[in-house]
Design a protein around this ligand. Structure first.
Ligand SMILES: *Cc1c(COP(=O)(O)O)cnc(C)c1O
Length: 394
C-alpha cells in the first residue's frame, strides 16, 4: 500500500518526532531507577520531577496531583474502582450510556459487586442532561460519578463544568475521562472542579502505554496497583521514565500549539464534512455540531454498512473506523450510536473520521476524491434504499 491518509486519530496518533527525540536519552544513557539512592538514579528522578511539572502546567494543577499510569484504561479503572472501594459497598455509581468501555466495564463490575449503578441516557445528538444527574444524586452519600469530557466516537463535548458543580454540591466524587480532549480543547482543573481525570499519551502524540491520572488533593481513593511506594504510594511499579518524559513533551506541544492547531483542525474537518454532504445523498452527521471536538466527524451513510466503507477505503490507503465491535464474529452497532437513537437505516452505516495536526489539505482532497465513488458503488450493491422496507434492513 503506497499512500496512507490517516484519519483515525481518535484511535491512536503518530508519536511526534519531538517526543521521540526527548525520550531517546532515557533508554541507553539515563536509565537509572528514579527511586535509587545513588546520584545516577537521582539524575533520572530530576527528569521525572520535571516531567510531572510539565503535565501539571498542562492541566493547571499541582505536580503532586499527577499520577503516571500505564494507560487511560488503568487511570479510569483506578479512579472509579478506587473511589468506590474506598466507600465500601454502599456507594451509588453514576455514569453515562456512551462512555468508553474502560469506564463502562468497571462501573458494571461494581454493580455486579453490589453497588447501585446508573447509566444516564443521551439525546439524539449524544448530549446528556445535567439535571438528570442532579436527580440521581439527590439524597445520596458516597456517590461516584464518571462522565467523559468528550465522546471518542462522535466528538460530542459534555458540559463538564456544570456536571462537576452538580457533583460538588452533592458531595459526590467526580471522575472524568478526558482522553479525547487532550490537546484539542483547553483543560484547566483550577476552573473545572473535577476530582479525578484520565488522559492517555497515545491519543495526543506520545507513545502507547503511558497515561495520566489527575487526583485533586484530598480526594479519597484506594490505590489499584499495590507494591512499592512509587507515585507517593498511589501507584506502585517502577516509573516508565522514557514514556513519561515523552508524555510530558506531548503536553508541552499541546499546551503551546493547541490554539493554532484547533483552528486548522476545525477548518479541515469542516471541509471534509461539507465535501461529503455535498457529494453523497442520504448522509447524516452524528453528534452535537454545536459542541464538538475540532477534529472529529461521525457520519452515517444510510442503507450501507460502515464496515464495508472502512474496508474499501482501507484498500485506497484511507484509515477510518466504525464504532462496531467485531466481537465473536458479529457486527454489533456501536453502543454510542444506538444510545443516541439514530434511525435504524443509519445505525450500521456510521463511520468516524478523526484528524490530527499532521493532516493536510491534500489528505482531505484525496479523501473527498475517493469517498463518493466508494459510497456509490456500495449503494448499487445494497439491496436496501430509500424505497425499501426498513424493517428488513439489518
Ligand atoms: C482510547 C480511549 C481510552 C483508553 O485509553 P488507553 O490508553 O488506550 O487505555 C479511554 N477512554 C477514551 C475516551 C478513549 O478514547
Amino acid at each position: 500500500m503506497e499512500k496512507t491518509v490517516y484519519l483515525d486519530n481518535n484511535a491512536t496518533t503518530r508519536t511526534a518526532p519531538e517526543v521521540k527525540e526527548a525520550m531517546d536519552p532515557f533508554f541507553c544513557e539515563l536509565y537509572g531507577n528514579p527511586s535509587s539512592m545513588h546520584a545516577f538514579g537521582g539524575k533520572v528522578a530530576t527528569h521525572l520531577a520535571k516531567a510531572r511539572e510539565e503535565v501539571a502546567a498542562f492541566l493547571n494543577c499541582s505536580p503532586d496531583e499527577v499520577i503516571f499510569t500505564s494507560c487511560a484504561t488503568e487511570s479510569d479503572n483506578t479512579a472509579i474502582r478506587g473511589a468506590a472501594d474506598f466507600y465500601g459497598r454502599s456507594s451509588k455509581i453514576v455514569t453515562t450510556a456512551v462512555e468508553h468501555p474502560a469506564v463502562l466495564q468497571p462501573c458494571r463490575r461494581l454493580k455486579a459487586q453490589g453497588h447501585e449503578e446508573v447509566e444516564l441516557p443521551v439525546d439524539g445528538v449524544g448530549q446528556i442532561d445535567p439535571e438528570r444527574l442532579r436527580e440521581e444524586l439527590k439524597g445520596t452519600k458516597n456517590a461516584v460519578v464518571s462522565v467523559m469530557w468528550a465522546n471518542n466516537e462522535t466528538g460530542t463535548v459534555f458540559p463538564i463544568e456544570k456536571v462537576a458543580e452538580i457533583c460538588r454540591e452533592a458531595g459526590a466524587t467526580f471522575h472524568t475521562d478526558a482522553v479525547q480532549v487532550a490537546g484539542k480543547i483547553p483543560v484547566d482543573v483550577s476552573k473545572v472542579p473535577v476530582d479525578m481525570l484520565s488522559m492517555s499519551g497515545h491519543k495526543f502524540h506520545a507513545p502507547k502505554g503511558v497515561g495520566i491520572l489527575y487526583v485533586r488533593r484530598g480526594t479519597k481513593f484506594r490505590p489499584f496497583m499495590l507494591g512499592g511506594h512509587q507515585e507517593s504510594g498511589r501507584r506502585a511499579g517502577t516509573e516508565n521514565v522514557p514514556y513519561i518524559v515523552g508524555l510530558a513533551k506531548a503536553c508541552e506541544l499541546a499546551r503551546t500549539g493547541m490554539a493554532e492547531e484547533s483552528v486548522k483542525l476545525t477548518r479541515l474537518r469542516d471541509r471534509l464534512e461539507a465535501g461529503i454532504l455535498a457529494a453523497c445523498p442520504n448522509v447524516r452527521v452524528n453528534g452535537d455540531r454545536a459542541h464538538r471536538l475540532p477534529n472529529t466527524l461521525n457520519v452515517s451513510f444510510e442503507y450501507i454498512e460502515g464496515e464495508a466503507i472502512a474496508y474499501h477505503l482501507s484498500d485506497l490507503g484511507i484509515c477510518i473506523s466504525t464504532g462496531s465491535a467485531c466481537a465473536s464474529g458479529s457486527l454489533d452497532p456501536s453502543h454510542v450510536i444506538r444510545a443516541m437513537g439514530v434511525p435504524f437505516i443509519a445505525v450500521h452505516g456510521s463511520v468516524r473520521f478523526s484528524l490530527s495536526r499532521y493532516n493536510t489539505d491534500a489528505d482531505i482532497d484525496y479523501a473527498l476524491e475517493k469517498i463518493p465513488p466508494v459510497i456509490r458503488n456500495l449503494r448499487e450493491l445494497s439491496p436496501f434504499g430509500p424505497d425499501s422496507d426498513p424493517t428488513t434492513f439489518k
